[in-house]
Structure formats: C-alpha cells, structure tokens
Ligand binder design. Structure first.
Ligand SMILES: Cc1cc2nc3c(=O)[nH]c(=O)nc-3n(C[C@H](O)[C@H](O)[C@H](O)COP(=O)(O)OP(=O)(O)OC[C@H]3O[C@@H](n4cnc5c(N)ncnc54)[C@H](O)[C@@H]3O)c2cc1C
Length: 438
C-alpha cells in the first residue's frame, strides 16, 4: 500500500481512538445531560485523556506507523499535539468554574472534593512535563533523565486521571464504562513497556561487540560492531538504530545513529559518529570487545523505498553517515545508475571518509563534489555553502526519475530542500533525514 494511503489510514485510526471512548460513554443509557457548557467541558476532558494516552503510541517505535511519515514528523506531531491535549484538559475545569461549585472551591479549599484534587494533580503533573520538555537544559536535566522522567510522569498523569474520572462517576458510573478507559490506557501505556521492557529483552538475546572505533574526520568516529552469536541485523541502507554501549539494554542510555555500513554485511555494522556531548565525545574510550546492543532498524531514509533512475546525495558534515551506507551498498550490489554526491563541510578536516569516497567513485557511476566553507590554501574546488548557485552548477540534467537524499544540519537541510523545490524537484522525490529531534 502506498505511504500516502497508509499515512491517511493511521490518522483515521488516531481520530477513532480520540473520540471512540467518548462515544462509548454515551452508548446505552447515559445519565441526563446538564447543559451545553457542562457537557462540552466533560467531552474536552475525555478527548484530552484519549490524546494523552495516544502520546505513548506515537513514541512506541512502531515501524509501520513511523514509515509513512518519518520519525521526525511523528515526534513533531507528538510534541505539537501535546499542546492541543493540554489546552483541552485545561479548558475542562476552566469551563466548569463559573457554572459549578468548583468556582467556590477556588476561594475555600475545604470545598474541593477528591475529584477536584485529582484533577488538579493531573494538570499540575502535565505542566511539569511540558516545562521540563520545553526547557530541559534550564531545568538542568540531561537528555537521559528527561526521557526517564517524561515517561514516568506521563504514566502518573494517566493513573491520576483514571482515578479522577472514576471519582467523578457521572459518565464513568458502570464497570463497563470505567473498563473502557482502563483497557484503553493499559494498551496505550503498554506501548511504553514495549519499548522499555520487551525490546530490551529481545536485544539481550542478540548482543553485539565493539570491533573498532577509528577516527573518521575531525571530532568524528567510525564505530564498528560485530554480531555475537547471531546473524546480525537486516536493514535498508540509510536506516538507523538505537545503540547502547557498555550498559544494559534496559538502561535509558541509548542513542540513535544511522548505519553507515553496507546493508550487504548485516553481521558487521558501522556508524559514523560526530562528537557532540558526553556520550559521543571520546568514543574511542569503548575498547574492542565492549558489549553493545542495537534496537532497530528504523527510519525511511533509504534508496530502497522508491524506484529511481539515478540519485543525488547532498550531505552536510556528519550527514554523510546514512549516505555512505547507501553508496557502500550500491557499490556492493554493482549498481550502475548515475549518482552525484555534494558534500559540504566547514573545513577539509570535517570531511569524513574521503579516501573511501574516491574508491567508491571508481566502483560506481558517482561524481563527488566537496564544498568547503573555510578551504585550505590552494583549494581548487567549490567554496562556501550548499547554496542555490552551487546546486545549479552540480545538479545533473537527468532530473526525471531521480531521487534526492539530503542529510545534515537542520538549517542546511531547510535551505537545500527549498532550493530543490524551487528548481522543480517534486516533493516526493526529496528524502530528508534529521538528526536533531528536539
Ligand atoms: C534518526 C537519527 C539518526 C542519527 N544519526 C546520527 C549519525 O549517524 N551520526 C551522528 O553523529 N549522530 C546521529 N544522530 C544524532 C545523535 O543521536 C546525537 O548526536 C547523540 O545522541 C548525542 O549524544 P551525546 O550524549 O553525545 O550528546 P548530548 O550533548 O547529550 O546531546 C546533544 C543533543 O543530541 C540529542 N540527543 C542526545 N541524546 C539523544 C538520544 N538518546 N536520542 C535522541 N537524541 C539525543 C539531543 O538533541 C541533545 O540535545 C542521529 C539522530 C537521529 C534522531
């Protein structure tokens, strides 16, 4: 089934789960309605709760769900829809303040019922989640601690909300009606358990070991892992995996990296890693033999996804990683289609794996052009950034049927994407991989 159709189907599923439980509350013999504003407030609360539960599904690493959109789009949706859910959940008590005793409880807390208390706690926890997500660094949370607290606080909100709707008891007055919410939330929160418990358990049975960590460029490493006692991992060139090094797969210390090795060698995989923070800096501290685990493959950034008559690869800095995987695989498969690689970086020292790119341009019908912002003395090649003018000089004439793959810093990707669209490249011929999901 085409990605567009599958994408539309998942949206329908999302909407059904959002409003389905609300409709079930009205099925059978519902209690009498209490006026438009009161009922609107309750409906917003129920819809907001469904949306909160669905937040666990959007981060559950389901390849069939992520594939039509790409992980970056799914996570963007996760982030932005959380504000909509929060707005609904906040509107729920605000609407009730002028029309119910909730308003008096603001001035006299002794009037606050347990229903009100649990509602306030759930909303308070939600505020903590939003604040720590928007200002993670200011809250002095590392990425790992943020991820752990994010998930656990999310579960706490769901549990407290279930208590809240049970205590309010107006629509959730029967075992069936409460059961609908409990089952739905157990299934959705269970998706968190899939990522945090089930997948690590599977990884334990398929361990890897560090084979080598070699310098690939200035502040960048080529990390190579070999499968220990199994046949490795089947992936499409350009996809990525969550990598855990020197700790249990249950630890939250896992990092996403794109495969840079050929998909023809599933038992020996490499990643090209840029030093950025505490995990990636000094990666050679991981000695050969260090235990590793992989969760994957994930992602849709691969030439295998679409028919193509030729390829244009555009890499910025460490964005060469997944492109290298495609080039290595295409070479191993003896592919003869025409290819162009435009590789931009600040300096020559930031260009990774240039020797191998020279070799690949002999094995493939590949033209490589480097674009340096700050070139060394005597540099004869292109200088500056991957500007529209540079693209005009190097984009091939054989445009029809060409697939474009762009990976690099966000600003470069946005500029290149805009330039390609301006030059008449169809949107569904442009494939983007973003390393920054925050
Ligand atoms: C799909 C995908 C593919 C990627 N492929 C590559 C690659 O091939 N090569 C490469 O060098 N980098 C890649 N990255 C980026 C890489 O995951 C981060 O640079 C790395 O995790 C930073 O870890 P750190 O602890 O050294 O840095 P930190 O200083 O801790 O983090 C710097 C930033 O990296 C991000 N980050 C940190 N930890 C994680 C995590 N566990 N999960 C997601 N993001 C995180 C956050 O935005 C954080 O603010 C990829 C990212 C994604 C999402």
């Amino acid at each position: 089934m085409r990605f567009a159709v599958r994408g539309a189907l998942w949206l329908v599923v999302y909407l059904v789960v959002v409003v389905g439980p609300l409709l079930l509350m009205l099925a059978g013999d519902p209690p009498p309605a209490r006026g438009f504003w009161h009922e609107l407030s309750i409906a917003l609360g129920f819809v907001g709760l469904s949306m909160l539960g669905l937040q666990f599904a959007t981060t559950a690493r389901f390849q069939p769900v992520d594939a039509p959109y790409g992980l970056d789009v799914v996570l963007k949706f996760h982030k932005e829809i959380s504000f909509v859910a929060f707005a609904f959940l906040l509107a729920h008590p605000l609407i009730l303040v002028p029309i119910t005793p909730l308003g008096s409880a603001i001035y006299d807390l002794s009037l606050l019922t347990w229903t009100g208390v649990t509602g306030v706690i759930a909303l308070g926890l939600l505020v903590v989640i939003i604040v720590t997500s928007m200002w993670t660094e200011r809250c002095k949370l590392t990425y790992e601690w943020w991820r752990l607290t994010h998930g656990l606080l999310g579960i706490a909100v769901i549990v407290v909300s279930l208590v809240h709707i049970r205590l309010s008891g107006y629509y959730v007055d029967t075992a069936f009606r409460f059961g609908v919410w409990v089952v739905l939330m157990v299934v959705l929160v269970g998706m968190y358990a899939k990522v945090r418990l089930y997948q690590p358990l599977r990884q334990l049975r398929r361990p890897w070991a560090v084979e080598s960590v070699e310098p690939a460029a200035q502040d960048a490493w080529e990390l190579t892992l070999r499968a220990e006692g199994h046949d490795g991992i089947r992936f499409q060139p350009g996809q990525f995996a969550w990598v855990t090094l020197d700790t249990s797969p249950f630890a939250i210390r896992e990092h996403p990296f794109s495969f840079s090795s050929s998909a023809e060698h599933p038992d020996r995989v490499s990643f090209t890693v840029k030093e950025l923070g505490d995990f990636t800096t000094g990666l050679d501290r991981f000695e050969p033999g260090t235990r590793a685990y992989l969760d994957g493959p994930y992602g849709v950034f691969s030439y295998e996804r679409n028919e193509a008559a030729g390829f244009v690869f555009i890499a910025g800095g460490i964005g060469i990683g997944p492109i290298m995987s495609m080039l290595r695989t295409l070479a191993d498969r003896g592919d003869r289609r025409p290819m162009v690689l435009l590789f931009g970086a600040p300096t020559w020292a930031d260009i990774a794996l240039d020797d191998e790119l020279d070799e690949l341009s002999q094995r493939l019908d590949l033209t490589v052009t480097y674009v340096l912002e700050d070139p060394p003395d005597g540099w004869q090649g292109e200088t500056g950034v991957l500007s529209p003018e540079v693209l005009d000089r190097y984009l091939p004439n054989w445009r029809g049927g060409t697939q474009y793959f762009v990976c690099g810093p966000d600003a470069m990707m946005d500029a290149v994407e805009a330039s390609l669209l301006e030059r008449g490249v169809l949107e569904d011929h442009i494939n983007l991989e973003r390393f920054d999901l925050t």
